[in-house]
Design a protein around this ligand. Structure first.
Ligand code: GTP
Ligand code: MG
Length: 423
C-alpha cells in the first residue's frame, strides 16, 4: 500500500556526563579538579529532498535516535558532541504533533530543513564546580537526558492541477496522454491507488498534474480510497473534473458531477472555491448527436457552458485542454506553505518550580528548573549534597517551601532525593 501518513518516534541524543578528575603530576601530589564537561547530544533534523517521493521507507524504520554526547574526560577535555540524526523526507512532507494534531513544520521545498529536537546539554565536569564550593569537588553533573517524541509525517502532493472524478472515467489515461507520467491504466475501478504525478509541457511552459484515485459517494466519510487521498488536492490550484459522458459504467453523468462536488465540499468547505475545469471524457464512445443532446442537458441543468469534450483515445480536445489549463494557472497565484502552528515542539521547560503538599504532609518539588538541578546529585557525597542545598537556597526554593508552610522536621521530596528539613 502507498504510505502517505506514518507515525515515527524520534529522540535527540543525551548529553554526556561531566568527568570527575584531579590533576596529578610530579609537581602536584594532589592537584585541583580537572574533569571536563560532557558533550552535547545530537539533534533530530528533518530535511526535504526531491530524491524520494514516498514515505515508504518509514514502513521499515520508525525509530530515529541521535547520538549521545560523549562523557567529559580528565585534563578538562570536553566530551565529543553526539552526531545529529538527519531524517530525509520527500518534499511536501508535513510534520504533525500527534498529541494535538497541530502542524509543526511544512517541508514544502526541496532542501528545507527543520530541527525538531535539540540534543541534551552535556553535564559539567568537577572543574566547573570548583569555585562554587571551597573544597575540591569529587562530583560532576550527568548529561541532560532528552525525552523521546512521536511525530506524524504526512505527504501532501504538490501539484498545480488535480484530476478528479469517479473511478474508471479515464483520469490516468488522460495523464498518460498529456504528461510524461506512465500510470497504470485498466478497465476496472480503483486502478489508481496512489496519486501519480506528471509534468505537462505546453507552449514552452510546464505544470504538474496529479492523478487522484477515483472518488465515490461517501468518499469524504472514508468510502473507497478517495478520502485517504482527498488531502492531496487541498494544495492544488486547479481541479480538472473528469466526467464520463458516454456513461460507459451505467451511471448518470449529470449525477456524477453533483456527487463529486458534494464530496469535495463535505471533505473541505474551501475546496468549493478552487477553480474547476469540467472535462467530458470518452467522447469517442458516443455519436455526435447524442453528445450534443447530453451537453445541452448539462448546460440547462447547471447553467455552465465552460467545458471541454475530450477523448484520450483519438486525442480530440486534448491539446485544447492542455492550453486551457495553462491559461487558468497563470491567473491563479501559487499557494503559500501551510500555516504552521506558532509553538515550539521542542520547548524545554527550564523555568518552572512547583510545590505540591502530599497527604502525608511531605512537600514535593518539581518542574523543569528542578530537573536540571538534580542531575548528578550524589547523596552519599556530602559535598555534592551541600552544593545541591546551596542551589536550592539560591533559587529561592527553600523560601517558597517556607511560604507553603514548611517547618523544621518536615520531609521534602525532590525527584529521587528525600531529605528532612532542618533550619
Ligand atoms: N474509449 C475510451 N476509453 C477510455 C478513454 N479514457 C480512458 N479510457 C478507458 O477507460 C478505462 C479506465 O481508464 P483509467 O485511465 O484507468 O481510469 P481512471 O479514471 O484512472 O480510473 P481509476 O484509477 O480506477 O480511478 C481504461 O480501459 C481506458 O482505456 C477515452 O477517452 N475513450
Ligand atoms: Mg487511474
Amino acid at each position: 500500500m502507498f504510505l502517505d501518513r506514518v507515525k515515527i518516534s524520534i529522540k535527540a541524543g543525551d548529553g554526556g556526563k561531566g568527568a570527575v578528575s584531579f590533576l596529578r603530576n610530579k609537581m602536584t601530589a594532589n592537584g585541583g579538579p580537572d574533569g571536563g564537561d560532557g558533550g552535547k547530544g545530537g539533534d533530530i533534523i528533518f530535511k526535504a529532498t526531491d530524491d524520494i517521493n514516498t514515505l515508504y521507507s518509514f514502513r521499515f524504520k520508525k525509530k530515529f535516535v541521535a547520538e549521545n554526547g560523549s562523557d567529559g574526560a580528565k585534563k578538562n577535555q570536553t566530551g565529543k558532541n553526539g552526531k545529529d540524526e538527519i531524517i530525509f523526507v520527500p518534499t511536501g512532507t508535513v510534520l504533525i504533533n500527534p498529541e494535538n494534531d497541530k502542524i509543526i513544520a511544512d517541508l514544502s521545498e526541496n532542501g528545507a530543513v527543520f530541527r525538531a529536537l535539540k540534543g541534551g546539554a552535556g553535564g559539567h565536569g568537577n572543574n566547573y564546580f570548583k569555585s562554587s564550593i571551597k573544597q575540591a569537588p569529587s562530583f560532576s553533573q550527568t548529561g541532560e537526558v532528552t525525552k523521546g517524541k512521536e511525530v506524524i509525517l504526512e505527504l501532501k502532493t504538490i501539484a498545480d492541477v488535480g484530476l478528479i472524478g469517479f473511478p474508471n472515467v479515464g483520469k490516468s489515461t488522460l495523464l498518460s496522454v498529456i504528461s510524461n507520467a506512465n500510470p497504470k491504466i485498466a478497465n476496472y475501478p480503483f486502478t489508481t491507488i496512489y496519486p501519480n504525478l506528471g509534468v505537462v509541457e505546453v507552449l514552452g511552459e510546464t505544470y504538474v498534474v496529479a492523478d487522484i484515485p477515483g472518488l465515490i459517494e461517501g468518499a469524504s466519510e472514508g468510502l473507497g480510497l478517495g478520502h485517504y487521498f482527498l488531502k492531496h488536492i487541498e494544495r492544488v490550484r486547479l481541479l480538472v473534473h473528469l466526467i464520463d459522458i458516454s456513461e460507459s459504467e451505467g451511471r448518470d453523468f449529470l449525477n456524477d458531477y453533483v456527487v463529486i462536488n458534494e464530496e469535495l465540499v463535505k471533505y473541505r468547505e474551501s475546496l468549493k472555491d478552487v477553480k474547476q475545469i469540467v472535462v467530458f471524457s470518452k467522447c469517442d464512445l458516443i455519436d455526435e448527436s447524442e453528445l450534443k443532446n447530453r451537453l445541452k442537458k448539462f448546460e440547462d441543468k447547471f447553467k455552465i457552458k465552460d467545458y471541454i469534450c475530450i477523448s484520450s483515445i483519438t486525442y480530440s480536445g486534448v491539446d485544447e485542454l492542455k492550453k486551457r489549463i495553462l491559461e487558468n494557472l497563470k491567473k491563479i497565484p501559487k499557494k503559500p506553505a501551510l500555516q504552521v502552528e506558532d509553538f515550539d515542539f521542542d520547548k524545554k521547560d527550564i523555568q518552572t518550580i512547583e510545590i505540591k503538599r502530599n497527604d502525608d504532609g511531605s512537600f514535593e518539588v518539581f518542574g523543569g528548573r528542578i530537573e536540571n538541578l538534580t542531575r548528578g546529585v550524589i547523596l552519599s557525597d556530602p559535598r555534592s549534597f551541600a552544593y545541591f542545598q546551596t542551589k536550592l537556597k539560591e533559587m529561592g526554593v527553600i523560601d517558597m517551601l517556607i511560604e507553603k508552610g514548611l517547618k523544621d522536621g518536615d520531609t521534602v521530596i525532590i525527584k529521587d532525593i528525600t531529605f528532612v528539613y532542618t533550619k
